[in-house]
Design a protein around this ligand. Structure first.
Ligand code: NAD
Length: 456
């Protein structure tokens, strides 16, 4: 079995040199990473095209550009984030001052999936470096060209005692999980998330788990139908539906179902062509296994649009399935493909009930002009994050920490949240030596009476 003890030990001793904690070192590393990504833009686009047939537009917006923005934001704010934060001190502690220090955990492990293979490996790395950690990245084996390029870039940029990339599949992940990391950041599926947490528990290693699930998209009868159709089609079919926060299924109010679906069909054709299988820029399905899994859903309910496939190209048309119930196979697990099942409702309570019977979703989208309906839903349903009158867009704001809840994950990142995820908050009280308040000591006269004046 592969063994990574030597690599981890090397990183641990490098971490102990304190080098990675130095602010100038962190900023320099982030700047180098930014420059390398810009230099490798074309190669990255080629790799993403080879692995997933991602168009240049998609590769830039959802992988390269996203990561450059995260870097720019982090570099701009890091100086203020690293400063110890002075906080209030209670009266009982008179004479002292209180601080929260953000300290790096040490050597971190980042395990990434294949659907955004560059972004989902590099974005957490930005947080790890910004917070002053060392990192080992295990990219996905299902996107070999991107993972290889990522490994090459990191090797040219950083010494392996600071940041290293380890290539491999499940066995490699498992071998890495035997090591005593100081933090594990995992992005992937719910079942593997459980494996990661179990392994981490053996050494009490803190984790962030960015997982998936079935994210509902609700369109109420008072929604702006045209905009809803456009924003849902984009959120669902971008990356051929292989997005953790893509709307997984649609809950549509029965009074507007026909009108909405007509609009949805028209806009999908506008966005991806009348024959999406011939569109050279439509992302393909990552592997034959996933292609077979997805095509097995195509006979669920009734095909309203799409349904064509091309096995040689591993491509599936944007597809809408109507007459679907929660019992259909397509409703059992996260779909992760360009297939949108549609459930109808007449009362929002049915929707809330339906969602409550299933694990907490990673994302939720509601389209309605009614503030009270928005409020009702936001109050009663627990989910990782989401949008009102949009899909997916919350993911790209550095001011909104991104993560799941319950089955959809633990912890969050992006923007300052990324720095915070990779930092331990060390609380420190600095006490005066000029005087010593006597009340805490057991020998003070009427001690209990006096202490009750402060602690009531
Ligand atoms: P996956 O869980 O199969 O694999 C993720 C990573 O874990 C890969 O690097 C893989 O090599 C490794 N791995 C797989 N099996 C393992 C095992 N038994 N032990 C240890 N490591 C193992 O996920 P995937 O198929 O690559 O990605 C798709 C999933 O990721 C979807 O469920 C999706 O929702 C989720 N996802 C979540 C987010 C998020 O930010 N929350 C983002 C993208 C994808």
């Amino acid at each position: 079995m592969e063994n990574y003890s030597a690599l981890v030990a090397k990183q641990k001793s490098y971490f102990r040199t304190e080098m990675t904690k130095n602010l100038a070192f962190r900023i320099d590393a982030l700047q180098k990473l930014r420059a390398a990504i810009k230099d490798n833009e074309n190669k990255l686009m080629e790799a993403l095209r080879a692995d997933l047939n991602k168009s240049e537009f998609d590769a830039y917006t959802s992988e390269i550009g996203f990561v450059l923005e995260e870097l720019r934001f982090t570099i701009k704010h890091l100086r203020s984030w690293v400063k110890p934060k002075r906080v209030k001190t209670p009266l009982t502690h008179i004479g002292s001052t209180s601080y929260i220090y953000s300290e790096p955990y040490g050597v971190t492990l980042i395990i990434a999936p294949w659907n955004y293979p560059f972004q989902l490996a590099i974005a957490p790395l930005i947080g790890a470096i910004a917070a002053g950690n060392c990192a080992i990245i295990k990219p996905s084996e299902l996107t070999p060209k991107t993972s290889e390029l990522l490994g090459k870039m990191i090797k040219e940029l950083f010494s392996e005692e600071f940041v290293a990339v380890v290539q491999g599949g499940v066995e490699t992940s498992q071998a890495l999980l035997l090591e005593k990391f100081d933090y594990i950041f995992f992005t992937g599926s719910v079942p593997v998330g459980k494996v990661i947490m179990e392994a981490a528990a053996k050494n009490l290693i803190p984790v962030t788990l960015e997982l998936g699930g079935k994210s509902p998209c609700i369109v109420h009868e008072d929604a702006n139908i045209k905009l809803a159709a456009k924003r849902i089609a984009w959120g669902k079919f971008t990356n051929a539906g292989q997005t953790c926060i893509a709307p997984d299924y649609l809950y549509i109010h029965k009074n507007i179902k026909d009108q909405f679906l007509q609009q949805f069909k028209e806009i999908t054709m506008e966005l991806y062509g009348i024959k999406p299988l011939n569109n050279p820029n439509f992302t393909r399905i990552v592997s034959e296994r996933h292609f077979e899994r997805l095509t097995s859903f195509l006979d669920n309910g009734k095909q309203y649009m799409g349904g064509q496939t091309n096995k040689d190209k591993l491509s599936i048309e944007p597809t809408v399935l109507t007459q679907i119930t929660w019992e259909d196979p397509v409703m059992q697990d996260e779909i992760f493909g360009p297939i949108l099942p549609v459930l109808e409702y007449s009362n929002l309570h049915e929707v809330i009930e339906g969602i409550h019977r299933h694990p907490k979703p990673l994302a939720l989208y509601i389209f309605t002009e009614s503030n009270s309906l928005q409020q009702e839903l936001l109050n009663s349903v627990s989910f990782g994050g989401g949008c009102v009158n949009d899909t997916v867009y919350h993911f790209v704001s550095p001011y909104l920490p991104f993560g799941g809840v319950g089955n959809s994950g633990i912890g969050a990142y992006h923007g300052k949240g990324n720095f915070d995820t990779f930092s331990h908050n060390k609380s420190v009280l600095k006490q005066t030596t000029l005087f010593d308040i006597p009340f805490r000591y057991p020998n003070v006269k009427n001690g209990l009476q006096k202490i009750k004046l402060f602690m009531k």
